[in-house]
Design a protein around this ligand. Structure first.
Ligand SMILES: Nc1ncnc2c1ncn2[C@@H]1O[C@H](COP(=O)(O)OP(=O)(O)O)[C@@H](O)[C@H]1O
Ligand SMILES: Nc1ccn([C@@H]2O[C@H](COP(=O)(O)OP(=O)(O)O)[C@@H](O)[C@H]2O)c(=O)n1
Length: 225
């Protein structure tokens, strides 16, 4: 058992395996898992439903201010509640996936999200995954991991996931979407996707989920002793 509770930041591009291993690590350490991507997805979902102009940061910010987003650990999976409605499935749809990086570019939206995320991480004992966790949200996180994998491998992983769930899926289209989202996330002006200087990079392309989780737990163990 670790002597003290830590904050573990896991960042990286789309479908690198962040949430999968973050959940495993959190369960093993009995930490809280916080999926910050789900928060950006939830506000994107609400904005689409309300026909908000996704290029209008001020309007999105006003919408976010009057919106509650709750992440709750269920028996099997983490549930996402948007103003008390379970949107766990809805926020993974194609429309949200294609638009979320546009919403996440706005400074006002990010400022409000970061405020909420810092509040959630204050008590430590958290595994938080996203794009700017180690670089911006919790710059003093005790453990910072940056997960990468080739675009081809990431698209194949998502394709497998979609097929398993019975969703229509096109590998080439997934590759294009992942590349486009990575580009938007990396090139945006405010807290872009970047590896923090003190983050440990793990290339997961040829590693199993178990191998990646074990590597992270080993790093955590060294830090926590
Ligand atoms: N190391 C790995 N090897 C093979 N498949 C993986 C690995 N890590 C994650 N996956 C699978 O890849 C898909 C995307 O992983 P996910 O955790 O959702 O990525 P992210 O949170 O980075 O977007 C999931 O279906 C997951 O089961
Ligand atoms: N900390 C974060 C987390 C997500 N995001 C945005 O939210 C999108 C969806 O995040 P996600 O983690 O659900 O993405 P996947 O890689 O799981 O598809 C990302 O592509 C980013 O545009 C962000 O800007 N900052």
């Amino acid at each position: 058992m670790l002597k003290s509770k830590l904050a573990i930041a896991i960042d990286g591009p789309a479908a690198a395996g962040k949430s999968t291993v973050a959940k495993i690590v959190a369960k093993k350490l009995q930490y809280i898992y916080i999926d910050t991507g789900a928060m950006y997805r939830a506000i994107t979902h609400k904005a689409i439903i309300n026909d908000i102009d996704l290029d209008n940061g001020e309007e999105l910010y006003q919408l976010l201010k009057k919106t509650t987003i709750d992440l709750q650990q269920g028996a099997k999976e983490q549930k996402v509640f948007l103003d008390s409605t379970d949107v766990t499935e809805d926020i993974r749809n194609q429309m949200v996936t294609n638009k979320v990086s546009v919403v996440a570019q706005h400074g006002l939206v990010r400022k409000e999200m970061v405020k909420r995320q810092r509040e959630l991480s204050k008590k430590r004992g958290v595994v938080m995954d996203g794009r700017d966790i180690g670089s911006h949200v919790i710059p003093d996180a005790e453990v910072k991991i940056f997960l990468i994998a080739s675009v081809k491998e990431r698209a194949e992983r998502r394709h497998k996931e979609n097929t398993k769930k019975g969703y229509p899926s096109d590998l080439k289209q997934l590759e294009n979407e992942i590349e486009r989202r990575d580009q938007l996330d990396t090139e945006r002006e405010i807290s872009p996707l970047v590896k923090a200087s003190d983050a440990i990079e793990i290339d997961t392309t040829s590693l199993s989920i178990q191998e990646v989780s074990e590597k992270i737990l080993e790093i955590v163990k060294r830090k926590g002793e």
